[in-house]
Ligand binder design. Structure first.
Ligand code: G4P
Length: 206
């Protein structure tokens, strides 16, 4: 891992995301032209020090923003969101999935369709944890069709908070979710943008 030095770097830390790309190439499994499995460090097992580097890099990319809260969705977004929250010393809220709530009136809710799982689920956040004064950074592990991110954006709009942007670990650019959200003006920073998984090979955009 190469660590660049730069006087303007937020908290003095910036990470070269070549290490992430190498990890994806070495440990990832391409299950089909559409699905990349990265269980060894993101979706099943978590390497805390590596997750910290991912969180720090996302925070660095949004260093000009006055973020006071991070929002993600359970489950796999939480690890990276947590490390970013630690770096910024701000709270991390995670949207919950699918549970019918007895206190529905007090939640902000959005329905999302999973193309991977072919089902719709509700995600929700208790109103106590999002306020219109908040300046929120979204974080998630994967961006595919963008359904999860759209659901989170929708929840932020309901709360009237300000959305700073979204930090994503792996964006499958060929599935277009990022394009739709960028077209709506959402700033998205992806640490590892994947152009293609065709033929069992991971091809990165840059
Ligand atoms: P979208 O949210 O971008 O539209 O993606 P989609 O509906 O296709 O994905 C549904 C779930 O599958 C999400 O996780 C998403 O992160 C995950 N996912 C999408 N593409 C991939 C992939 O190529 N590899 C892996 N490993 N996951 C992928 P989830 O159901 O919310 O799961 P979890 O966060 O509870 O683990």
């Amino acid at each position: 891992m190469t660590v660049k030095k730069d006087e303007n770097i937020f908290k003095g830390v910036v990470h070269n995301m070549d290490a992430l790309k190498e990890k994806i190439l070495n440990e990832g499994k391409v299950l089909s032209d559409k699905i990349l499995k990265v269980d060894s460090f993101l979706n099943h097992q978590i390497e805390p020090s590596f997750a910290l580097q991912l969180g720090q890099e996302i925070v660095y990319r949004f260093r000009e923003e006055n973020i006071n809260k991070i929002l993600t969705v359970e489950a796999s977004g939480i690890a990276v969101a947590f490390t970013a929250g630690l770096e910024l010393n701000v709270p991390v809220v995670f949207a919950k999935k699918n549970r019918a709530s007895t206190s529905d009136f007090n939640v902000l809710k959005s329905s999302i369709y999973s193309f991977t799982k072919r089902e719709s689920i509700d995600i929700y956040v208790n109103k106590n944890y999002l306020h219109k004064e908040d300046n929120i950074l979204l974080i998630d592990d994967f961006l595919a069709h963008g359904e999860a991110l759209k659901g989170l954006v929708n929840i932020i709009r309901q709360s009237q908070a300000n959305l700073v942007g979204a930090g994503i670990v792996i964006e499958k650019v060929f599935q277009q979710g990022g394009r739709a959200l960028r077209d709506e003006g959402v700033r998205i920073e992806s640490l590892a943008p994947v152009a293609s998984l065709a033929g069992g090979k991971v091809i990165f955009c840059t």
